[in-house]
Design a protein around this ligand. Sequence first.
Ligand code: 2AM
Ligand code: CA
Ligand code: CA
Ligand code: CA
Length: 279
Amino acid sequence: MGKQQYWLQVHEKAKQWIQEAAQLLKDSFKDQIDVQFKSSYDDLVTNMDKKIEQYLIGRIHEHYPDHRIISEEGFGDEVSSADGIIWLLDPIDGTMNFVHQQRHFAISIGVYENGIGRVGLINDVVAGDLYHCIKGEGAYINEQKLPQLRDKKLNESIIAINATWINDNKRIDPEIMRPIARQCRGTRSYGTAAIELAYIAAGTLDAYFTMRLSPWDYGAGLILIEEVGGKATRADGDPIDLLKQNSLLVGNPGLHQEIINHIKTEIGDKGKFIEKPAE
Ligand code: 2AM
Ligand code: CA
Ligand code: CA
Ligand code: CA
C-alpha cells in the first residue's frame, strides 16, 4: 500500500468511528449524565467522556495495534516522544457545553507521524458538521472543500478570546490582550477549542488566542489549519510543542503576524510578561 493510500484508509476508518461516536453522544441526551469534578468546580468530566474515549481507543487498538494514543481521560498510552504514529484524542471537547447546553461540543481526532500531522477530524456533533483533512489534499467541511485562508486586518476580524485571559494576570499581562480585543471587529468565545480551530479553518473565525491547551485539544485543529494555509504558533511566536501544554495563537497569516508584532512590541519595548512560569 502506498503512503498516501495508507492515510486515506486511516482517514476513512477515523471518519466512520467519529460518526459512530457522535451518534452515541446524541443518543445519550435521553439518559441521565453522570457529572464529576476534576481539578475544580469548572473542570468537568462525564461518563460519556470516558465512554467515547474507550470506544475510540478500542477501535484504534483493534485496527492499528502499533499506533499510540494520547487522550484526555487517561485510557490512552504513556507517550514521551513524537516518534511513530500517535493519535491525539479528545472524546468531548467542550464538556461544560455538553453538560449545560447540549450543543457546541466536538470529538477531536488528530493523527501524527513522527510529529507531522497526517489526518485531522473534528465533529461538531449537534451542528452535524464534520471538519476533516488528509495532509496535502485540502480540508473539508462535510463534502465541501474549504478555500485557502486570505489575509485580514485586525479591524476587519472576529477573534476567539476567552474573557478569562483578558482578566488573567498570571499567564499574560492583561494589557497585552486587551488592545487586541478592543481593536478587532468582534470577539467570540465558544468554550470548545476544537470547534474554535475548525471555525478558523473554515473562515468562520479569523483568529484564536488562548493561553493554555493540551495536545488533545489542538491535535486535529492544527492539521486542518495547516491544510488551508493558516498559521499556528505559541502566543510568543515560538513553535508549538506537540506533546506539551501550549499557549496558542492561530489565524490567517496576515492577522497572525499583526498580532505577533503587537505582542513582541509589548514584551520587548514595554517589558510586559507572557507565559510567566507558575509560582
Ligand atoms: P475540554 O472541554 O475537553 O476540557 C474551554 O474550556 C476549552 O478549553 C475547551 O476546549 C476545554 O476542553 C479546554 N480546556 C483545557 N483545559 C481545561 C481545563 N482545565 N478546564 C476547562 N477547560 C479546559
Ligand atoms: Ca476536560
Ligand atoms: Ca478539550
Ligand atoms: Ca475533553
